[in-house]
Design a protein around this ligand. Structure first.
Ligand code: GLN
Length: 263
């Protein structure tokens, strides 16, 4: 039997806003439903980050928690090694900002990031960006629209070495969210001009539960071609169909995304 695939979930106690830890569970489950042994290794505050994980997952967090988490992760040799060898990594919201070159939180504190993504985040001013997001992917290997919800104060500018993950749909057809918040309709970032394995996004949901194709893309990068997925008995047929062939029908997309002021 081959070695189980290890999904490394980083600091969910501080980077776990909106159930982002569920992304790790989705990855491990989609492996198991293909007969590939996979498990989640949760890295708590005092645990060392392993360098040999197969996929790394970071979630969102409030500003204060995000600053602490960044300082903790910046000192991690294990994570540095994993990022340097190009381990597939999903970073949501605060996670995206932490993996960038630097971020500035609402109180003006500027913090050096881990530099795995060529992005920088600054306070966007005005109301937080809160609501549902619908975006068309720009990353090769993804064809289904991405959706999720966002809640962030920071706005993220991409540098030359990062490519956007997706482009927000045309707002003329209904609210589509803010994404990176820079007014150019870009959402998320992918390392090495889109060829790298670090994927950052503002989408919660958890994003991999709502966009299983993105989960499979990360898994493919970790383990190669994936065998067909066998959904266990007892899951309703419509859900099972979507889990098997993860393309979300157009009419199910939440194009009526709500926008609310304040947080
Ligand atoms: N603290 C960050 C911001 O507000 C990230 C928020 C989050 O992870 N939801 O921009």
């Amino acid at each position: 039997m081959s070695e189980p695939i290890t999904i490394v979930l980083l600091l969910p106690q501080v980077l776990g806003t909106y159930g982002d830890a569920g992304n790790a569970a989705v990855l491990a489950t989609r492996l198991r439903w293909r007969g590939i042994p996979g498990h989640v290794l949760t890295v708590g505050w005092t645990d060392a980050v392993p360098s040999g994980g197969d996929v790394y997952v970071l979630g969102g967090g409030e500003d204060a928690a995000q600053v602490l988490a960044c300082e903790r992760l910046r000192d991690s040799i294990g994570l540095r090694r994993a990022l340097d060898r190009g381990a597939p990594t999903l970073a949501v919201c605060a996670g995206l900002q932490i993996l960038g070159t630097a971020f500035t939180v609402a109180d003006g504190t500027r913090v050096a990031g881990l530099g795995a993504l060529d992005v920088e985040t600054r306070p966007g001013g005005g109301p937080r960006r809160i609501g549902d997001v619908v975006a068309d992917p720009l990353l090769a290997g993804l064809d289904a629209p991405l959706e999720g919800f966002e809640n962030h104060g920071g706005i993220t500018e991409l540098g030359a070495d990062a490519a956007p993950l997706a482009r927000l749909r045309d707002p003329a057809r209904g609210p589509v969210g803010a994404g990176n918040g820079t007014g150019d309709r870009l959402e998320g970032a992918v390392s090495d001009r889109g060829r790298g394995n670090v994927v950052g996004t503002y989408l919660h949901g958890p994003v991999l539960a709502r966009n299983p194709a993105l989960a499979d893309l990360l898994l493919t990068r970790a383990v190669g071609e994936l065998p067909p997925l066998e959904v266990p008995d007892g899951i309703p047929a419509t859900t099972a169909a979507r889990l098997r062939a993860p393309r979300r029908p157009e009419h199910e997309l939440r194009t009526g995304a709500r926008r609310r002021a304040g947080a």
